[in-house]
Design a protein around this ligand. Structure first.
Ligand SMILES: Cc1cc2nc3c(=O)[nH]c(=O)nc-3n(C[C@H](O)[C@H](O)[C@H](O)COP(=O)(O)O)c2cc1C
Length: 354
């Protein structure tokens, strides 16, 4: 294990050895990946939106049984059972709560009162300002090159904008994979980097080998953004399925969404009334049409088809552009050590002012 480390407000805030975060990726960031990342000295984050509450509790316990290092749980603030999930985080002594969408002021206060560090993910300056005013401890800001749901502004523009706007630690995400990127983020004023695609492509990730091979083979130009999966801009590998979705009409999309909503209900252990309540909450929160609400069920099921079942023909492979730069599958320990060694070298090699 490398001795190189860089202390930042992030390492101080959550007690990790290195200013590196492994993000909560649906179906990907399970107990094995999270405990390996945490053990390597990064902040590992469990993805919980694709788990029912019992599975979340057992996943948290599994991580704890494998490592004493701090870790986090990513959840959706708008889920009908968010309060139950928050209770699990508090009861089980999880160090960090990470949110895909801005949590309410009340939820932040409840977690903070219990000593949990709250880190929402945001994609725009005004969202960062809002959650900072509500008491978030740090924000994770994702630039447009990042994988999964993503915005249109590049990390190099969004990151300094957010760093200037808030007084809490800012974690940079979108496009990071090595030690140079970490140094670049620190020079923008970030407290660390968060990586999704890079951690998906490790030997500790449970993603099927055939799927990892598709990512490794991808060039930067093979990563695209589509709104055809769930109506929101979603960055993923461009495949025949994605091309077909791009061509497909509204009726075909809705029929697919109905099938996926039924399957997601079974997977998540949700009742139909709860699905409808969650749908209503989503609809009112964002002024969506019912068809958009229905389409939201596509994402978890199409991600599962590839990330769990290995069906690259039926599933989508969410990915950052950085997949085009990655061509190996190190363990989390090797990856984190390598990044810290590269960062140390990059810092030493910087030209000094006279
Ligand atoms: C396969 C995959 C699944 C993802 N699922 C989620 C998710 O469930 N919740 C979330 O907040 N972000 C999710 N993301 C986004 C990542 O957490 C992270 O912010 C993003 O990957 C950072 O960009 P990078 O891929 O360039 O490192 C996902 C990303 C990928 C690649």
């Amino acid at each position: 294990m490398s001795d190189a480390t860089i202390a930042t407000p992030l390492t101080a805030l959550v007690g990790v050895r290195h200013p590196i975060v492994q993000t909560g990726m649906g179906w990907v960031a399970g107990p094995r990946l999270v405990s390996a990342a945490a053990h390597a000295g990064a902040l590992g984050i469990l993805a919980s939106a694709t788990m029912d509450v019992d599975r979340l509790r057992s996943a948290v316990r599994e991580v704890r049984s494998r490592t004493d290092a701090p870790f986090g749980v990513n959840l959706r603030a708008d889920a009908g059972d968010a309060a139950e999930r928050v209770r699990i985080i508090i009861d089980e002594g999880v160090k960090v709560a990470s949110f895909a969408l801005a949590p309410s002021r009340e939820l932040i206060a409840r977690l903070k009162d219990a000593g949990v560090v709250v880190i929402p993910s945001i994609g725009a300056r005004r969202h960062a300002e809002k959650v900072a005013a509500w008491g978030a401890d740090a924000v994770l800001v994702q630039g447009g090159e990042g994988g999964g749901h993503t915005g249109g502004v590049a990390t190099t523009v969004l990151l300094p904008q957010v760093v200037d706007a808030v007084d809490i630690p800012v974690i940079a995400a979108g496009g990071f994979h090595d030690g140079r990127g970490l140094v670049a983020a620190l020079s923008y004023g970030a407290a660390g980097v968060a990586m999704g695609t890079r951690f998906l492509l490790t030997s500790d990730s449970t993603v099927p080998e055939a799927v990892k091979a598709r990512y490794l083979a991808a060039a930067v130009g093979d990563v695209t953004v589509t709104t055809k999966v769930d109506g929101l801009p979603h960055r993923m590998l461009r495949t025949e399925l994605v091309d077909a979705l791009e061509r497909s009409g509204r009726t075909a999309s809705l029929l697919r969404a109905v099938r996926h909503a039924a399957a997601f209900r079974r997977e998540s252990g949700m009742s139909w009334p709860r699905m409808v309540r969650d749908g209503l909450a989503m609809k009112h929160g964002k002024e969506l049409t019912w068809s958009q609400v229905l389409l939201a069920a596509n994402t978890p099921m199409m991600l599962k088809a590839s990330m769990v079942d290995g069906r690259t023909d039926l599933g989508v492979m969410a990915s950052g552009q950085v997949a085009g730069l990655i061509d190996d599958l190190p363990s989390c320990a090797e990856l984190v050590d390598r990044i810290m060694a590269e960062a140390t070298t990059a810092l030493r090699a910087l030209p000094r002012p006279h």
